[in-house]
Design a protein around this ligand. Structure first.
Ligand SMILES: *[C@@H]1O[C@H](CO)[C@@H](O)[C@H](O)[C@H]1NC(C)=O
Ligand SMILES: *[C@@H]1O[C@H](CO)[C@@H](O)[C@H](O)[C@H]1NC(C)=O
Length: 317
């Protein structure tokens, strides 16, 4: 998310922080919020999403359906959302698509500052289809990614803040991206402070792989592996030696922060509810069945509690 209104304040702070914190970094180090500028035809599945003064990125998954991050849609008002397809840069005068409805994952939990949230995904249904010369859908991956599988090379891109942004060059809202190394296993995510359970739901960007995310890329920028959507940009997670400088300030590309995507696979059941072309793998369906005894247990526990309560308080049932 990027609050466009605070653009100049942010730039000033970023530049200040760059001087203070990053003066010893090699200037041409190939890390992005440092990605290469792209044309929308390079990544035709990408859209820019604005919600009033917030900027996010999204992915076209059907001609009239976009996936983005739940963190972008606090107001849940479709009228406030604009989807920009086929654009290399988001401008206020650009052509956009209106949104018919917003569907947030029912178990969405926002991330605490510089930490991990849960099920940060939203589906936008558009009022009209995006024509093929403006953008084309990409399939959502249903593939597993085992704990012992190696690092993958995937593509990410977004409309977020770019390192080269200056007051004169409005590099916020300009499409950029690159090929990155990502991993998903218990030892990944370098120094990020996360529980093992959290690590199962995320894919971490290898910060030495050449690119970083920034505001506007998260939420929602896609991670695409083998031409399928595998991850959704979620945010930055702090390392033990990370402390928020000057209060709660936005910053990108720090060595003490790790960029994370949420893995789409744990969210497939929700996605499939809205995307008829997703075929849920049998292994996930079986996991779903395991929830039935759990729900039954919960139900009987609640009944038992009511019974005990009514006995103690002598309220007739
Ligand atoms: C998506 O999957 C379908 C069915 O497997 C396939 O026919 C189609 O080519 C895929 N689309 C893209 C953009 O990869
Ligand atoms: C913080 O920790 C990470 C990983 O242990 C290390 O790469 C980084 O240089 C450290 N930063 C500082 C400022 O100590």
């Amino acid at each position: 998310m990027f609050r466009i209104g605070s653009y100049y304040d942010l730039l000033y702070l970023l530049q200040l922080m760059y001087l203070v914190l990053c003066a010893n970094q090699k200037p041409d180090e190939a890390r992005t919020y440092y990605g290469k500028e792209l044309a929308s035809s390079d990544v035709p599945f990408i859209v820019g999403v604005t919600v009033e003064d917030l900027l996010c990125t999204g992915t076209i998954v059907l001609e009239d359906t976009v996936i983005s991050a739940a963190q972008c849609f606090k107001s849940h008002q479709p009228e406030a959302v604009k989807v920009y397809a086929g654009a290399n840069q988001i401008t206020e005068t650009g052509l956009y698509y209106e949104v018919k409805s917003i569907h947030i994952h029912p178990e969405y939990k926002p991330a605490p500052t510089f930490s991990v949230g849960e099920f940060d995904v939203a589906i936008l249904k558009l009022k009209r289809k995006i024509p093929s010369d403006q953008g084309s859908p990409i399939n959502v991956s249903v593939d597993d990614w085992g704990d012992d599988e190696a690092t993958k090379k995937c593509r990410t891109a977004g409309f977020g803040m770019h390192k080269s942004a200056t007051v004169n060059e409005k590099n916020v809202g300009k499409l950029h991206g690159s090929i990155v190394k990502v991993s998903r296993h218990p030892d990944s995510c370098s120094c990020a402070v996360m529980t093992n359970v959290q690590k199962k739901s995320v894919i971490c960007l290898d910060s030495r792989s050449g690119d970083r995310l920034c505001y506007g890329d998260y939420g929602g920028a896609p991670l695409v592996c083998d031409r399928k959507l595998v991850g959704i940009a979620h945010g930055q997670v702090g390392c033990p030696n990370f402390s928020v400088p000057f209060g709660d300030i936005m910053m990108c590309g720090s060595d003490n922060l790790v960029d994370v995507f949420l893995w789409v696979r744990p969210m497939l059941m929700f996605l499939a509810d809205h995307l008829p072309n997703i075929e849920i793998p049998q292994s996930l369906k079986n996991n779903g069945d395991k929830n039935i005894p759990a729900a039954f247990l919960l139900f009987t526990t609640i009944l038992y509690q009511i019974l005990v309560y009514s006995l103690f308080t002598k309220i007739p049932l």
